[in-house]
Design a protein around this ligand. Structure first.
Ligand code: PLP
Length: 290
């Protein structure tokens, strides 16, 4: 597998960083994950924009211009054997010669990228939905920044793995925030509901994409706080992320989502959004203008 580290393209197994790297010592860094379809990075401009705002949020100078990032990303994609890839970017504040939390002077950022085969949800998961559980959101007050300080997300995700589920849906002060590695949408009475983007959740690229598609196709939607009661009584729920795309939720804490014949089955709004999303993605990654 090919990687890029501080100016060099090399096999992933040969990439080495210092144990004094501030990413390792303090989780002092940021990251992005870009899905690549048929060797085309999907929504690259949006991902680079979010990388910049994460960098600004932790006062980390962005080591590259967007043109430089694009050149590195495209070369890495070209040098990798898979058509569909997950491209990972991480930038940390770099490695000092001592351990001191204060920003060191005169060190350069560590820039690391690698690609892996894109693992998409299985056809069965896309068709039938996935099981989820809820948990209290115990994270810090800047969940809008995509930093590598992911221990709370790791612990949240493990809760659902232990329960045989695919994702943990988080609640803070009685309101939906997001999943451990995804955003969550609710459908009630045919209206798509999305929690507002603020410091409590990551501004997902797929979240934006879904709202864009709702606008484009005239689907009724509201961006507003969503209470736990609304989450639990939803007609439909789905997960979004760059790798999960639009993935229906079938159960929440063991309770089927939806009512009547559709209980525990993806509903019509979810199906429609999946179709719009796939059509848009295919159009863009075939090189059409969108
Ligand atoms: N929220 C969290 C906490 C995430 O880690 C992710 C993606 O990994 C998302 C939301 C979804 O973001 P995106 O659609 O940009 O992949």
């Amino acid at each position: 597998m090919t990687a890029y580290l501080n100016g060099q393209f090399l096999p992933l197994s040969e990439a080495r960083i210092s144990p004094l790297d501030r990413g390792f010592l303090y989780a002092d860094g940021i990251y992005e994950v870009i899905p690549v379809y048929s060797r085309t990075p999907f929504r690259i401009d949006e991902h680079l924009r979010r990388l910049q705002s994460s960098a600004d949020g932790i006062r980390l100078p962005n080591p590259h211009s967007n043109d430089e990032w694009r050149a590195i990303i495209l070369r890495l994609i070209a040098e990798t054997e898979f058509e569909d890839q997950t491209l990972y970017i991480q930038v940390t504040r770099g490695a000092d010669i001592k351990r001191d939390p204060t920003f060191p002077k005169g060190i350069t950022q560590t820039v690391f990228l690698f690609t892996a085969p894109l693992i998409r949800p299985t056809p069965e998961q896309r068709e039938n939905g996935v099981a989820t559980i809820t948990a209290q959101d115990i994270r810090w007050g800047r969940c809008d920044l995509k930093t590598v300080a992911l221990l709370p997300n790791v612990l949240m995700r493990q809760l659902s793995a232990d329960a045989g589920c695919t994702e943990t849906v988080m609640l803070r002060d009685g309101f939906l925030t997001e999943g451990s590695a995804s955003n969550i949408f609710v459908v009630k009475d045919g209206i798509i509901l999305a929690p507002p983007k603020d410091h409590r959740m990551l501004p997902g690229i797929t979240y934006d994409m879904v709202l864009e598609l709702a606008v484009r196709h005239g689907a009724r939607h509201e961006v507003r706080p969503i209470s736990e009661a609304e989450l639990r009584s939803a007609d439909e729920l789905w997960i979004t992320s760059s790798t999960k795309e639009v993935l229906p939720i079938s159960t929440l804490d063991g309770q089927p989502i939806g009512h009547g014949a559709l209980a525990g089955r993806p509903g019509p709004v979810t199906r429609q959004m999946q179709a719009w999303y796939s059509a848009f993605r295919d159009q863009v990654t075939r090189g059409a203008d969108a």
